[in-house]
Ligand binder design. Structure first.
Ligand SMILES: Nc1nc2c(ncn2[C@@H]2O[C@H](COP(=O)(O)OP(=O)(O)OP(=O)(O)O)[C@@H](O)[C@H]2O)c(=O)[nH]1
Ligand SMILES: [Mg+2]
Length: 524
C-alpha cells in the first residue's frame, strides 16, 4: 500500500519556522532590536559571500596564469634573460629602472679596476714571466666527473672571483723566471711601466675605496662571509628603491614590474644616492687613469695569457669608460643587459602576454643560481608550468666560485640531471638555453683548447660546430636518460645579451609554452 506524504499546506507547521518565531509576548522595542540584529547578520553573511566570490575569481584566474622558472647555475644568464622578457613585455618598467642601473655599472667598473690592480700586484706589476708561461701547459691534474671527464689545469694565475688554489708566485710577489733575464732595454721598459702602474694605483685608490662602499650599500651589509665568495648579492625590488630614492627621495613599495619591494632596508638608508653621486665624481676624476690601466700592455698581456680573468661584463664597461663617466650618464639597454649583480633568493616578475586576443599573465621566477641559493627554488616547483634551464656552454674552462674544484659545465650537467629527474617537475614544459655562444666563439677563436679542460673531448676538432654539438649531445643524453614521460626538450643556442636574436627565440619559446598550455586547458 502506498503511503502519501501530507502536502506542506501550512508552513507554520515547519519546526524550524516555529523555533525561529518570536515569542507572542515580544514588545515593540524587542522587535526593533531583533530586526536590527537580523539585518546585521544578513549584511555580514552577504559580505562573506562576496569575499568568497572574489577569492574564487582570483583563484580561477591564477589557475590560468603561466608560471615560468628560470633555472641554472650562477652567472649563466638568467637575470639577463629576464631583462629581455621585460624589454619585450614591459618595456616601460625597464625604462623606469634605467637610472638605478647606474650604481651597478659603476660597481662593475670599480670592481674590475680593483681586481686588475690586485692581480698586477701579484705579478709584480709586470707580465714578463716567461717561466710561468711555459709551465702553463704542464698541468695534468685530472678531476674525474660523472658526465664529462673534466680536468682542472693547475692555476696559472689568479682567477677572477675565485680562490684559484696554490699559485706559483713567491711571497715577495715577483714571478719566477727560469730563463735568462730580459735585455736591459726591455728591462728599462718594464721598469718604466711598473712606475706608471704604481702611479695609476695611487690615483685609482679612491675608486677602489668606492667599490667597497658601493658593495656594502648594494648588498645592505649582506655580503658573504665566505672569502671565496666575494660577490655582492641584491634582493628583489632593489631597482625601484634605488630609482625612487634617486628621483623622489623616498622608497617605493612596488617595483616597476610589479614586484613587491618587501625587503625594505636592502639598500640601506636611502644614502645610496649620495654614494652613487660620490662614485660618479670619483669616476669622472679618474676616467683617463681607468682607460690607461685598461689599455696598459702588461694588463692586456696578463689577460691574453689568462693570468688575469675578469668578469664577463668587464671588457664591455672598461672599453666604454669615457662614455660611462660623463656626468649625465644614464645606462642604455645594452649597459643594463651587461651589468652584473648576483640574484639572491627568487625574484618574481609579472608580464601580460597576448594569446588569441586576450592577455595571459606570466609569472617569471628568476632564481639565484649559486649553490647556496638553490634550496630557495623548491617551493616554486609545485605549480610551475615551464622551465628555461640556462647553461653557459662557454664555461668549459671555468670553475665554480663557490667550489673551485668543480668545472662549470660539469655543474650545469649535474644540475640539469637533478631538474630533469625531479618528480615535481615531471610534467613541466622544458626548454634548454645553451647560452653564451658568443663567448664560446671568442674563446675558440683565441685558441683555447676544450680538451685541456674536458678530457673526454679527446682529439675532436676545436671548432665551434664540433664543440657545440659535443656539449649539446651531453645535455640531450641527460634528458633522454631521465625522460620517463616522453617529454620534448626544446633547446636553443643563445647569446642572451643579443636583443635581436633573443627576441625571436623568446617568441618561439612563448609559442611552444602556449601550445602546451592550450593542450592542457583542453583536457581540463
Ligand atoms: N657576452 C655574453 N654575456 C652574457 C650572456 N649571458 C649573460 N651574460 C653576462 O653574464 C653575466 C652574468 O649574467 P646574469 O644574468 O647576471 O647571471 P645569473 O644566471 O642571473 O646569475 P645569478 O643571479 O648569480 O644566478 C652578466 O654580466 C651578463 O651580462 C651571453 O650570452 N653573452
Ligand atoms: Mg641573476
Amino acid at each position: 500500500m502506498l503511503t502519501a506524504r501530507r502536502p506542506p499546506s501550512d508552513l507554520h507547521d515547519d519546526p524550524l519556522t516555529i523555533a525561529m518565531r518570536p515569542p507572542d509576548t515580544e514588545t515593540e522595542a524587542e522587535r526593533r532590536f531583533r530586526l536590527q540584529k537580523e539585518a546585521e547578520a544578513k549584511r555580514i553573511s552577504e559580505a562573506i559571500d562576496e569575499e568568497l566570490r572574489v577569492e574564487k575569481k582570483i583563484w580561477d584566474k591564477k589557475k590560468q596564469d603561466i608560471r615560468l622558472l628560470l633555472l641554472g647555475q650562477a652567472e649563466s644568464g638568467k637575470s639577463t634573460l629576464q631583462k629581455q622578457f621585460q624589454l619585450i613585455y614591459n618595456p616601460e618598467s625597464l625604462e623606469q629602472e634605467r637610472i638605478s642601473w647606474r650604481s651597478i655599472v659603476y660597481f662593475n667598473i670599480a670592481r674590475s679596476v680593483k681586481h686588475i690592480l690586485e692581480v698586477l700586484e701579484l705579478y709584480g706589476d709586470s707580465a714578463e714571466d716567461d717561466a710561468l708561461e711555459s709551465s702553463d701547459n704542464s698541468s695534468n691534474e685530472q678531476v674525474a666527473r660523472r658526465h664529462v671527464s673534466t680536468k682542472r689545469p693547475a692555476p696559472t694565475g689568479p682567477v677572477a672571483g675565485s680562490s684559484a688554489g696554490p699559485s706559483r708566485i713567491p711571497a715577495n710577489g715577483s714571478p719566477v723566471s727560469s730563463k735568462s733575464s730580459p735585455s736591459s732595454a726591455k728591462m728599462a721598459l718594464v721598469l718604466e711601466n711598473q712606475r706608471l702602474i704604481a702611479t695609476l694605483r695611487m690615483r685609482l685608490s679612491p675608486l677602489v675605496t668606492a667599490e667597497a662602499m658601493l658593495a656594502d650599500k648594494l648588498s645592505g651589509g649582506l655580503r658573504s662571509a665566505n672569502p671565496n665568495q666575494s660577490k655582492v648579492l641584491v634582493r628583489r625590488g632593489w631597482q625601484m628603491r634605488a630609482a625612487s630614492d634617486a628621483y623622489f627621495g623616498h622608497r617605493a613599495s612596488k617595483s616597476a614590474d610589479g614586484v613587491d619591494a618587501i625587503d625594505k632596508g636592502a639598500l640601506g638608508d636611502g644614502d645610496i644616492v649620495e654614494i652613487v653621486h660620490e662614485v660618479a665624481s670619483v669616476l669622472g676624476a679618474c676616467k683617463r687613469d681607468v682607460q690607461q690601466l685598461w689599455e696598459n700592455e702588461a694588463v692586456q698581456k696578463l689577460i691574453h695569457r689568462r693570468r688575469l680573468r675578469l668578469e664577463e661584463s668587464a671588457e664591455y664597461f672598461l672599453h666604454d669608460v669615457m662614455r660611462i663617466s660623463s656626468p649625465d650618464y644614464v645606462p642604455d639597454i645594452d649597459d643594463i643587459l651587461h651589468a652584473r649583480i648576483q640574484t639572491m633568493g627568487v625574484a618574481e616578475h609579472q608580464f601580460d602576454v597576448p594569446l588569441h586576443g586576450r592577455m595571459v599573465t606570466w609569472h617569471l621566477y628568476d632564481v639565484g643560481g649559486a649553490r647556496g641559493q638553490r634550496h630557495t627554488w623548491v617551493p616554486y616547483f609545485d605549480d610551475a608550468n615551464a622551465i628555461i634551464f640556462v647553461a653557459p656552454i662557454s664555461a668549459f674552462d671555468q670553475y665554480l666560485e663557490e667550489d673551485p674544484r668543480t668545472n662549470r659545465i660539469d655543474d650545469s650537467l649535474q644540475l640539469f640531471t637533478a631538474i630533469c629527474s625531479n618528480q615535481l617537475l615531471k610534467n613541466v614544459h622544458l626548454v634548454l638555453f645553451l647560452n653564451k655562444v658568443d663567448i664560446l666563439q671568442n674563446k675558440l677563436t683565441a685558441g683555447i683548447q676544450v680538451k685541456k679542460y674536458i678530457t673526454s673531448f679527446g682529439d675532436r676538432a676545436n671548432d665551434y660546430e664540433t664543440v657545440v654539438n659535443y656539449f649539446r649531445a651531453h645535455f640531450n643524453q641527460v634528458h633522454r636518460k631521465t625522460n620517463e614521460k616522453k617529454r620534448v626538450l626544446y633547446s636553443h643556442l643563445t647569446s642572451v645579451v643579443d636583443t635581436k636574436t633573443t627576441r625571436s627565440i623568446i617568441a618561439n619559446v612563448r609559442d611552444s609554452i602556449f601550445r602546451d598550455y592550450l593542450k592542457s586547458a583542453a583536457l581540463v
